[in-house]
Design a binder for this molecule. Structure first.
Ligand code: LMR
Length: 331
C-alpha cells in the first residue's frame, strides 16, 4: 500500500524538478547563414548574439552557424519554416517562391546607390514588404545591407557584348536569369557555397557579387577581371518564423525586437566601409584587374538590361517600382 504511493511521490517530484529545469532553460535561437563571418551579414549575426545574450542572459541563447555550415541557401528557408532554425537573413533575391514583390530589388539599375536602397527600405512601401509574407509564416524584422554588385569574369567586361555567350552564376532568381539573358549570356542558378568551385573549374565563367562576398569567398583568385558596375543590389531580409516569434514571452520578444533594430542600424552603418575595405584588399592582392566603366559604357549596360523591368512589372507592381525609383532622389 505504502510502496506505490512513495513511488508516485518520487515520480511527481522528479517530474516537478524536470519541469522546473525546463522552465529555466534558455530559449535557443539558431541563426544560420551562408557567408563568412567578416561580412556585413556575418557581423550582424554575431552582434545579434552578443546583445541578445547580454541583455537576456539566461533567457536566450543564440547559436550562429556561418558559411552554410548548418544549411545551405537551398535549404535554409525550408529549415526556418520547419522550425529547425529560428532566424536567417537570405538575400532579397531568394524570396520569389514566397512573394513576387520582393523581386523588385533584383531589377538591374533600379537604385543609383546604396543610399537610395536605404531610403526605399525605410519608406512605407519598403517596410510593408517586411510584413507581406506573414500568411506564409515568415516575418521580416529588417533589411540588412550588403552592397552593390560588381560583375566578374575571366575576360574584361566593358560593354554588354563582352558578356555574350559567357556562363554566369546567378542566385535563385528569375529576374537575375533574365538580366543575363538580356546581354545574351547564359545564367546558371547555383547555391552560394558552390560558386568558388564553379568558377575555378569553369562550370561558370563569371558572377555578380558585392566586394565583401568576392573577397571573403576568394573569388578574386579565380576571376581575372572585376568590373565596377554597381548594376544592382545584394541586400538581405532578416526573417524569423512568425509562429515562433509570436509565441515568445512578450518581454523577450520586445527586447529582441529592440535588439534587431539596433543591429540593423549598425550593420547598415558598417556595410559600405566593409565592402570598400574588401575592394582595397582585392586591389592589393593583385589577382584581378578592376575595370571602371565610363559613363557611356555604364549607360550601354543599363540600356541592355533595363527591358527586364517590363517583364516583371506585372508581378512586382508598377507602383512599387515607381516608389523605388523615387528613392533615387534624396529628400
Ligand atoms: C549569393 O548567393 O550570392 C548571396 O545571396 C550570398 C549572401 O548571402 O550574401
Amino acid at each position: 500500500m505504502f510502496k506505490p504511493t512513495l513511488k508516485a511521490l518520487a515520480c511527481a517530484l522528479a517530474l516537478g524538478a524536470a519541469s522546473l529545469a525546463h522552465a529555466a532553460d534558455p530559449i535557443v535561437i539558431k541563426f544560420s547563414h551562408v557567408v563568412a563571418e567578416h561580412t556585413p551579414k556575418g557581423q550582424g549575426a554575431l552582434l545579434f548574439k552578443k546583445l541578445a545574450e547580454e541583455r537576456l542572459a539566461g533567457k536566450v541563447k543564440v547559436e550562429v552557424y556561418p558559411n552554410s555550415s548548418l544549411f545551405g541557401d537551398g535549404k535554409e528557408m525550408e529549415a526556418l519554416l520547419l522550425g529547425d532554425v529560428q532566424m536567417i537573413a537570405p538575400s532579397l533575391a531568394k524570396f520569389e517562391q514566397y512573394t513576387k514583390q520582393v523581386q523588385l530589388f533584383d531589377l538591374p539599375f533600379l537604385f543609383n546607390d546604396i543610399q537610395a536602397v536605404d531610403r526605399f527600405q525605410l519608406s512605407p512601401e519598403g517596410q510593408g514588404l517586411l510584413k507581406s509574407m506573414e500568411s506564409k509564416n515568415i516575418t521580416g524584422l529588417g533589411y540588412w545591407h550588403n552592397g552593390m554588385k560588381q560583375l566578374s569574369a575571366n575576360k574584361p567586361l566593358r560593354e554588354p557584348k563582352d558578356a555574350r555567350g559567357l556562363k554566369f552564376r546567378v542566385q535563385a532568381s528569375a529576374v537575375l536569369e533574365e538580366q543575363f539573358k538580356a546581354v545574351r549570356a547564359n545564367p546558371r542558378k547555383m547555391s552560394f557555397a558552390e560558386v568558388y568551385q564553379g568558377l575555378q573549374t569553369g562550370v561558370v565563367n563569371g558572377a555578380e557579387n558585392p566586394w565583401s562576398n568576392i573577397y571573403s569567398q576568394k573569388m578574386h583568385e579565380v576571376q581575372k577581371y572585376i568590373t565596377e558596375s554597381n548594376h544592382g543590389v545584394l541586400d538581405y531580409m532578416l526573417i524569423t518564423n512568425t509562429k515562433f516569434w509570436n509565441g515568445l514571452p512578450p518581454d523577450v520578444r520586445s527586447e529582441l525586437e529592440k535588439i534587431t533594430q539596433e543591429v540593423t542600424v549598425e550593420v547598415n552603418k558598417q556595410a559600405e566601409a566593409l565592402n570598400q575595405g574588401d575592394k582595397q584588399r582585392i586591389i592589393e592582392a593583385k589577382t584581378s584587374e578592376i575595370i571602371e566603366l565610363t559613363p557611356e559604357q555604364r549607360n550601354e549596360w543599363r540600356d541592355a538590361m533595363k527591358p527586364v523591368w517590363k517583364k516583371f512589372e506585372g508581378e512586382i507592381g508598377a507602383d512599387l517600382i515607381k516608389a523605388a525609383e523615387a528613392a533615387n532622389q534624396a529628400q
